[in-house]
Design a protein around this ligand. Structure first.
Ligand code: C5P
Length: 217
């Protein structure tokens, strides 16, 4: 049994990819498996928290006992995040939110055309930045940063620019780590502190992240 460090706390976690529709049958997405976010949800439950898990489409099963909110697009994710975040003690953004969506979603299936097709994309809202900038009920806000280079400096940049309290950075250029893998390695950054979590299963890392978070709530 785990020490019940999060009893009485509500944690909202975003997980998985988003899907940005192009037409009724097509979308833009990414390879996020949702494993890290789901592991965080499981860890928060084990420490006694109430957990809202706002999830994009994934193939894994949500831990029993979470409040699962299914979304597809970044805009749907934002809407749900803004509903749950103000009632949460902490908000963890683990979702791989698509940075862009189609400027216009075709009402009918797009027909095959010439050799080239141009789709105009527009920027999606930054969900975690919106949560971190709430003036009423702002939760302790934790981001993730997947980087292939300059991990520490990019992560610290996001901590500051997005107004986060904590960021968990991973180097996704390392083979077998991060995206889709069951393993990961993370460096946690706060504004005046950092902590290295070496390679481990996502469940073990998630428990360490939650334990660090619990100390700060
Ligand atoms: O800027 P970047 O996408 O690398 O930042 C990653 C962090 O920001 C993650 O916590 C991710 O969940 C969050 N994010 C978000 N909304 C976006 C893009 C990223 O919440 N549109």
């Amino acid at each position: 049994a785990q020490p019940q460090l999060l009893v009485g706390k509500t944690i909202t976690i975003t997980a998985g990819p988003t899907r940005e529709a192009l037409d009724p049958v097509r979308f833009i997405s990414n390879h996020s498996s949702g494993k890290m976010g789901y592991a965080l949800a499981q860890a928060a439950l084990l420490l006694g928290a109430q957990v809202n898990l706002i999830s994009g489409p994934v193939t894994i099963t949500a831990p029993a006992g979470v409040n699962l909110i299914k979304i597809e697009s970044a805009e749907q994710l934002l809407e749900q995040a803004l509903i749950f975040a103000p009632h949460s003690d902490a908000f963890i953004g683990c979702a791989a939110v698509a940075d862009y969506r189609a400027a216009a979603v075709a009402e009918q299936k797009m027909k095959k055309q010439g050799d080239e097709l141009t789709v105009t994309l527009v920027k999606n809202p930054d969900v975690i930045a919106a949560v971190a900038n709430l003036t009423d009920g702002r939760p302790y806000t934790v981001g993730f940063a997947a980087e292939t280079q300059n991990v520490a400096s990019y992560a610290k940049g996001k901590l500051t620019n997005k107004n986060l309290d904590m960021i968990c950075a991973n180097d996704v250029s390392q083979n077998g780590l991060g995206f889709n893998s069951d393993h990961n390695a993370l460096t946690l950054f706060w504004h005046n502190e950092q902590k290295e979590l070496t390679i481990d299963t996502k469940s073990a890392l998630a428990l360490s992240v939650m334990t660090e978070l619990a100390k700060r709530l």
